[in-house]
Design a protein around this ligand. Structure first.
Ligand code: ADP
Ligand code: PAZ
Length: 388
């Protein structure tokens, strides 16, 4: 997790950079932060070249995360870098209120007093579902190559037609899972959810494998073989398929089912295999529930977000296969490069700034900013403009 801050320390030490507009999403497991940093010199140049009304600032959006259980590290970081106090005021561009930041997620309620006490700032609360939707709409519509499908181990970046985006299902896999039918900007309904989500994978995985970190658990799952513990259709049908109901012999009939008949203690299973079965069980289940909800409302596009996904190949593959299998190829699972930051970005959009993504130094759109994994350290070059 420390890696997340390295980049920002460099950034914040630069004499010409100014930080403004911090937004936080404090979830059950992780705190996500988004802030804008403008390079003062470049921004002044840009505004001088344009009309006086053109209060455009070029800079970068930065993304950071901390564990919610270590919230004091997050507060110390904000305080040591004075992230909440660095308003920017250029040519009509509004500075953020020094004493207030936008905040979403349950922790915006739970930790409001702590922020006030330790940093002297108030949290301006933005509803979590509304933030997720704003964040997703904004990324899908504004950031080129944000959405992709994952098929046969390949990311295929999708050109989303803005006129054909709605309605879609947004599945946010955080500690728990929320499923939201999105009909437009600010138009949405939370249609379902499940408590079997990222917290379940992380919590059960910790208990069962004694792994030290979430990334260890993911790495273990990468090395494991779920067939050691999962009961397959072939295990029940003597090696045969059951094609009459569409099941091949290798389909999972019962997650963890083999552990029932085998006279083995937990320690006798490789933690890698346990992690793999767990990841497959949870991802499959979420993919299936997502599809059923898409079916309920006739939705063809399903976007998956939340830090559980973490750009992990096996997770995305399992979810994609589940959606494809249950929908018989009718619905598509799509993923987002900034998957974990939907809520934080959504809260950020409440600063009423107009974002233009991405914007190169020359002010031209950069259409090829592909970076494979933007999970924690993604930076987006962009321009901000005051919306009024
Ligand atoms: N470094 C990490 N530490 C803990 N959990 C992580 C980490 N990276 C990914 N995760 C997964 O992401 C989930 C949290 O996702 P997130 O979208 O941040 O939800 P929340 O808003 O509930 O914190 C965890 O439950 C876990 O499955
Ligand atoms: C309560 C929550 C919205 C909180 O969001 P989170 O911190 O998990 O991202 C989420 O955990 C959730 O939707 N849980 C599933 C609850 C249910 O529908 O059964």
């Amino acid at each position: 997790m420390e890696d997340n801050t390295i980049q920002d320390l460099t950034l914040l030490n630069s004499p010409v950079d100014q930080i403004s507009h911090l937004a936080v999403d404090i979830g059950g497991s992780l705190i996500k932060m988004v802030y804008f940093s403008t390079n003062r010199e470049k921004s002044v140049d840009k505004t001088q070249n344009n009309s006086s009304k053109d209060n455009l600032l070029s800079g970068r959006l930065y993304f950071l995360m901390f564990e919610t259980s270590k919230i004091n590290e997050c507060l110390d970081f904000i305080s040591s870098k004075q992230l909440h106090c660095r308003g920017v005021q250029h040519h009509g561009f509004p500075a953020s209120d020094k004493n207030t930041i936008k905040a979403t997620g349950g922790g915006a309620f739970k930790f409001a007093d702590l922020f006030k006490e330790k940093l002297g700032i108030s949290l301006d609360k933005v509803d979590e579902m509304s933030s997720l939707v704003s964040g997703a709409n904004f990324l899908i519509k504004s950031v080129p190559s944000e959405a992709f499908t994952y098929v046969n181990g390949q990311r295929n970046y999708e050109q989303i037609d803005h006129n054909d985006l709605y309605p879609y299902l947004l599945v946010n896999i955080g500690s728990g899972v929320s499923m939201i039918k999105v009909d437009g900007d600010g138009k949405y309904e939370r249609v379902s959810g499940t408590s079997v989500g990222g917290g379940t994978f992380w919590g059960l995985g910790k208990l069962l494998t004694k792994c030290k970190s979430f990334d260890d658990l993911l790495e273990m799952s990468h090395q494991g073989n779920n067939r050691v513990i999962d009961m397959l259709v072939g295990d029940i049908y003597g090696g045969s398929d059951y094609l009459k109901i569409g099941l091949t012999s290798t389909a999972i009939a019962s997650s963890f089912g083999k552990a029932v008949s085998e006279d083995k203690e937990l320690e006798e299973y490789r933690p890698e295999d346990v992690a793999r079965s767990l990841l497959r069980m949870i991802s499959n289940n979420i993919g299936q529930i997502a599809y059923l909800n898409a079916l309920r409302f006739g939705l063809k596009k399903i976007f998956f977000g939340g830090f559980f996904i973490r750009g992990h190949a096996y997770t995305m593959d399992t979810i994609s296969v589940a959606v494809d299998f249950w929908s018989k190829g009718e619905a598509k699972a799509m993923f987002l490069r900034h998957e974990g930051f939907l809520g934080a970005l959504g809260a950020f959009t409440n600063y009423q700034l107009v974002e233009e993504f991405p914007c190169t130094d020359a002010g031209h759109y950069n259409r090829n900013p592909l970076v494979e994994d933007l999970n924690d350290n993604g930076i987006i070059e962009c321009c901000l403009r005051a919306s009024n």
